[in-house]
Design a protein around this ligand. Structure first.
Ligand SMILES: [Ca+2]
Ligand SMILES: [Ca+2]
Length: 258
């Protein structure tokens, strides 16, 4: 009698398990092709470490020290994890610029109208001369500086002398041809402006873009400037030679359907 009830229980459990398995096979819980997710790339680094399934390291040029990690910028008990990029270029070659960054392992789809958001923190540089903090969308994958690739769109901050201020640049490259779309008044205006933790939003539709900085539109293209339909995300900093360690932060990288 005891054995028979065990057998019955076994059959009930098996019918239940097979039933669930069959349901999952017929109705897969995640089917991105059929149902577009409103957000399809999101990285807030709140895991507290750099996920190497999501990001690959990029670098170019020589450096005395390099930093690529996820760092808690909140000095108190609270957690505020961000991607930290750093370069110390003391004593390095004068004839090269040094690059340090990450690239998304997978490309994101840009075909249907997209909105890309990210935060970039200039980190109160006391001497940000010729430091850059750059965001690239680039259809090709490289482990070096994506600027050398033939196609891309970038948003960048560049430190201006004497080093407290920065200016922004929006540029694109198509078939190897570089075009500056927006230079923040450069070269007529060379003083730049103070920046802090900046929220950048790039809207792409039919290849045309509009770019917002902390909620205000700074650039809108008349014509298509993004000819590619998918792109890797690159987050990068660069430094010329003979600067002590300088660090910048990125956070809240989001791509969603506009
Ligand atoms: Ca974060
Ligand atoms: Ca903390």
């Amino acid at each position: 009698m005891v054995k028979r009830s065990h057998l019955l229980l076994f059959f009930i459990v098996m019918v239940f398990v097979l039933g669930i398995a069959g349901f999952v096979l017929i109705n897969p819980p995640y089917s991105p092709v059929q149902h577009k997710e409103p957000v399809y790339f999101k990285e807030n680094f709140d895991a507290g470490f750099l996920d190497t399934n999501v990001w690959a390291l990029t670098q170019e040029g020589d450096a005395k020290a390099r930093v690529t990690d996820v760092f808690d910028v909140d000095p108190d008990e609270g957690k505020d994890y961000r991607l930290r990029l750093g370069l110390n270029t003391l004593g390095t070659r004068d004839d090269t610029v040094k690059f340090q960054g990450v690239r998304s392992i997978r490309a994101i789809n840009l075909s249907d109208g997209d909105e890309i958001l990210f935060d970039v923190d200039w980190n109160n540089q006391s001497n940000g001369c010729y430091l850059t903090a750059s965001f690239y969308l680039c259809p090709t994958a490289t482990d070096r500086n994506p600027e050398e690739e033939d196609e891309w769109l970038k948003f960048e901050y560049i430190g201006v002398p004497p080093g407290y201020n920065a200016r922004s640049v929006i540029a694109s490259k198509a078939d190897g041809r570089l075009e500056y779309l927006y230079t923040n008044g450069w070269p007529d205006q060379r003083t730049g402006r103070p920046i802090g933790n900046q929220r950048i939003r790039i809207l792409i539709h039919d290849g045309r873009i509009s770019v917002l900085e902390n909620g205000s539109e700074v650039y809108k293209s008349e014509d298509p400037v993004v000819e590619f339909s998918s792109a890797f995300i690159y987050l990068q900093m660069s430094s010329h030679s003979n600067y002590p360690l300088r660090e910048i932060y990125f956070d809240n990288v989001v791509a969603e359907f506009a």
